[in-house]
Design a protein around this ligand. Structure first.
Ligand code: ZN
Length: 171
């Protein structure tokens, strides 16, 4: 599952095919977005608002990352037809049970999206609260972002996954 590309979706190998029609392909795969889509950010905001414990939030966010993160797959139905990727089919195909496949997708999505989704929220939160402690925690991050801003056009949403500070301590 090495991924050295810098553009395009990220492919996750799910192992031997378990589709309803066998022998069409040997392995199943899922592709996730390389960068967090807008809706994922919104859904994450909502999860933060509605979760009352870190565990609850962790569960909610992982769900969000998979539901909004899966972009494509090669899964086929019992007639050998490609299954459209929708939030409903994602739930049916990838969240119906707890398996190696499920975990592979969840972990890949968390790796891909957690920092990218959390960083802007953290920056916003620290501005709102104007809390010295949070300021201190994130100042290093913000300094490096300012540094980046000097070198890149301000309009380009650079996906700086730099810095490991995150609101939700995901795995
Ligand atoms: Zn298959």
């Amino acid at each position: 599952m090495t991924d050295t590309d810098t553009v395009g979706p990220v492919r996750i190998d799910l192992g031997p095919c378990t589709c309803a029609t066998p022998d069409v392909h040997t392995n199943d795969w899922v592709e996730i977005f390389r960068h967090a889509p807008y809706q994922m950010g919104l859904a994450a905001l909502e999860s933060i608002a509605q979760s009352s414990t870190p565990i609850e939030l962790g569960v909610a966010l992982r769900q969000v990352y998979v539901v909004w993160g899966v972009n494509n797959w090669n899964l086929i139905d019992d007639k050998g037809k490609s299954i459209n990727v929708t939030r409903e089919t994602i739930a049916l195909q990838l969240m119906a049970d707890w398996s190696d496949r499920t975990v592979a997708v969840i972990e890949a999505c968390a790796r891909q999206f957690n920092d990218e989704v959390m960083l802007p929220l953290q920056t916003a939160a620290s501005k709102q609260l104007n809390n010295g402690q949070i300021e201190a925690l994130t100042s290093q991050n913000r300094a490096s972002r300012r540094e980046q801003a000097k070198h890149s056009r301000p309009s380009s949403p650079t996906s700086s996954a730099a810095g490991n500070t995150s609101v939700a301590q995901g795995g």
